[in-house]
Structures are given as C-alpha cells and as structure tokens.
Design a protein around this ligand. Structure first.
Ligand SMILES: Nc1ncnc2c1ncn2[C@@H]1O[C@H](COP(=O)(O)OP(=O)(O)OP(=O)(O)O)[C@@H](O)[C@H]1O
Ligand SMILES: [Mg+2]
Length: 254
C-alpha cells in the first residue's frame, strides 16, 4: 500500500440473505483511493453503490475481503475503535440527511464534536468552530432554527458542516445533491470541491454526471462489480469534462 493511499479495498464481498435467498450485492470489488482524491461512484439503481459506501466506511459489516483505512484493516478493529475511527477520522453525508429532530441546526452540527474525545475542547470552543463552519458554508443565519425551519439546500449544507466538525481525513457522501435543485446542488458541490482542494479526500455516490464531472475520478459499478473507471481531465473546462464523461458513460451503458 502506497503512503499516499487512504482507502484500500481488496476483494470486498457483501451478501444479504433474505428468506434463505442469497443476494450477492458486492462481488470481489477492489480499488483504492489516494489522499486528496475526489472519487464519484456511479451506476444503475440497485447496483450496490450505497452498500459499497457503507461497507468501506465501516458502517456496515463486510461478508468477505479486506478494507484498509489509513493503513488499518477495518475487520481487525474492535467495535469501539471502529466507532472512534468513524467519529474522528471520517465524515458522512447521507441521502436522507439524518439530523436529530429535537436539536437546532447548530446543535446538530456540533454533536459529533461533543461526542468525540479527539480534541480536548470546551463547549464554547466547539460552538465557535461550528459557527465558523456555518459561516464558511453561508448558513450562519439559521443556526438556532429547527431542522424543519430551513430549506433543503441549507439543511444539506448543515450536513456538510456536521461531517466536517471533527476535521475528518475523508468524507463519504451518498447522493449529497440527490434531493436538491440545480442551484442548491451546484452550491453544495462548490463547497465539497473547496473542501477537497483544501485536502479532504471525498468519495461520493451520485446519479448526476454534472456532479461527477467535478470529481477527479469516476468508478462505474454494475451488479456489484466495478466495470470501469474514468479519470476526469481537470485542466479542461467543466463543459468539456461533462461531455467527455457523458460519452464514456454512454459506452458503459448508462
Ligand atoms: N439492508 C439490506 N438488506 C437486504 N438487502 C439490501 C439491503 N440494503 C441493500 N440491499 C440490496 O442490495 C442491492 C444494492 O442496493 P444499494 O442500495 O447498494 O443500491 P444502489 O446502487 O445504492 O441503488 P440506488 O441508486 O437506487 O440508491 C439491492 O438489491 C438492495 O435490495
Ligand atoms: Mg443508493
């Protein structure tokens, strides 16, 4: 494993068993992600994209294979150290935007920092970092609002703040723009791209080739297998990147 690799996945399998019937959702998936990359996962509905994201980030147990995050094998970790790793070194942005209903936006954002013992900080220091993040993402004005008192785009930006609060090495995002209109989606992507350019590695699942074109690499998954990968030519204007990616996706049967 090279020093630059942050996530190394080898022969990963995930099988669900329902009513004694086996569903082999991930079949010997291997790939790696280097520090500083921003990788999109695309593929048809039901191909295993979310399952892949959840198993490589230790949220879900793998059936077989090996996943190393920052050189540590996930399956060799105790429940506790895995939970600590997820809290301190990984950030998550979910499709359904899980937020606690009885907490304000700012309290949701700082919750992972309150739970973490990574930094020894007072609540005041944590709050101040939470506010800085909200400012950066342009949602300072809604900190005290309940989660049902903000727009979808604001809520998703709050999720990004929450995913960043413990300065993770890597962010895992499942369709972070899936529920947003084009304008909000562009804004969220702008923030994620900025975080990435500041050094955070990102792996995101998307159905949107406009979103994927802003990443550095695209993995295409069909029936639990990686069928191909595409390197985005960063030096090209966005329009050309989109066109190149769309041509490739069409070849892949998208
Ligand atoms: N918790 C679960 N228990 C049993 N089967 C599951 C579970 N989660 C997913 N599956 C099955 O695994 C397969 C892949 O699902 P997954 O959610 O990973 O697909 P996806 O590529 O993310 O699809 P979409 O684009 O619709 O989000 C599907 O056949 C699904 O029914
Ligand atoms: Mg999914």
């Amino acid at each position: 494993m090279s020093k630059n690799t942050i996530l190394e996945v080898k022969d990963l399998c995930k099988t669900y068993i329902i009513n004694k019937r086996q569903n082999n959702v991930l079949r010997n998936v291997s790939f790696h992600i280097d520090k500083g990359e921003m990788v999109a996962v695309m593929g048809p509905s039901g191909s295993g994209k979310s399952t892949l994201l959840y198993t490589v980030s230790g949220m879900d147990k793998m059936t077989a294979g090996d996943v190393k995050f920052c050189g540590k094998s996930l399956s060799e970790q105790s429940e506790n150290s895995l939970a600590e790793m997820r809290l301190d070194d990984m950030g998550f942005i979910f499709q359904q935007m899980y937020m606690m209903k009885n907490l304000s936006i700012i309290d949701n954002i700082i919750l992972p920092a309150v739970k973490s013992s990574k930094k020894k900080e007072s609540r005041k220091e944590i709050l101040s970092r939470g506010q800085d993040l909200m400012h950066k993402l342009g949602i300072s004005e809604v900190g005290e609002n309940d989660i049902n008192e903000v727009s979808g785009g604001q809520l998703q930006r709050a999720c990004i703040c929450r995913s960043m609060i413990n300065d993770p090495q890597m962010i895992f995002a499942d369709e972070p723009t899936g529920a947003l209109n084009r304008t909000s989606s562009d804004e969220v992507m702008e923030e994620l791209t900025k975080l990435n350019s500041e050094g955070t590695t990102i792996m995101l699942v998307t159905h949107d080739s406009k979103v994927a074109a802003k990443c550095s690499r695209v993995l295409y998954i069909v029936d639990g297998n990686i069928r191909g990968e595409y390197n985005i030519k960063k030096e090209q204007p966005l329009h050309d990147r989109e066109r190149g990616l769309n041509n490739w996706l069409m070849e892949m049967g998208w």
